[in-house]
Design a protein around this ligand. Structure first.
Ligand code: IMP
Length: 176
């Protein structure tokens, strides 16, 4: 594997403060309702664990796992579900929780798929909104962190399955 170093981008403490803000908005927006949180595996697992513990409206949690065809740098927007949600979606208020939105192709595909099951509403919460390579506009209702570009790891995010367990978020910088 190429040699690289990790540069700190956002600390565990700052992430915690962002989660508190996001959960506060979610609590206000969903007051009097019940949420079905659909976490997109694997990158969102820590984000979901922290965020849901700060949400005070009633909720249920389920997970979906998506795999994109082709290499990451050439996402073609064709997606496969390798683990689907198991709870019923029809008539529910869904909060899709994603780790990073990059080109947006994976999420666009999944939102179109989900709509076919007639949920009452769908909102999207992304830990990171990475804007430089966006190909399709997707309304993101809740955003943890917005960056221009860069490859991030930690807090659930991986580089070739490594570094998910770092408590904060780091940027991978490749050595020349
Ligand atoms: P998209 O279809 O291009 O939006 O792909 C988004 C997916 O690519 C995310 O759910 C991640 O799995 C992965 N990804 C994109 N950028 C990063 C990154 O900086 N770190 C870790 N994973 C990333």
């Amino acid at each position: 594997m190429e040699s690289y170093r990790l540069v700190p981008r956002i600390s565990r403490e700052d992430l915690d403060a962002r989660m508190t803000e996001l959960a506060g908005r979610i609590n206000r927006d969903y007051a009097g309702r019940e949420i079905l949180v659909v976490g997109v595996l694997k990158g969102s697992y820590i984000f979901i664990a922290d965020l849901t513990r700060k949400i005070t409206v009633p909720l249920e949690v389920d997970f979906v796992r998506l795999s994109s065809y082709g290499s990451k740098s050439e996402t073609c927007g064709e997606v496969r579900i390798t683990k689907d949600v198991e709870l019923p979606v029809r008539g529910r208020d869904i909060l899709v929780v994603e780790d990073i939105v990059d080109t947006g192709l994976t999420l666009r595909w999944y939102l179109e798929h989900l709509r076919r099951f007639n949920p009452r509403s769908i909102s999207v919460c992304a830990l990171v909104d990475k804007i430089e390579r966006r190909q399709v506009q997707i309304p993101l209702d809740y955003i943890g962190l917005r960056i221009e570009k860069g490859f991030l790891v930690g807090y659930g995010l991986d580089y070739s399955e490594k570094h998910r367990n770092l408590p904060g978020i780091f940027e991978v910088r490749f050595n020349e």
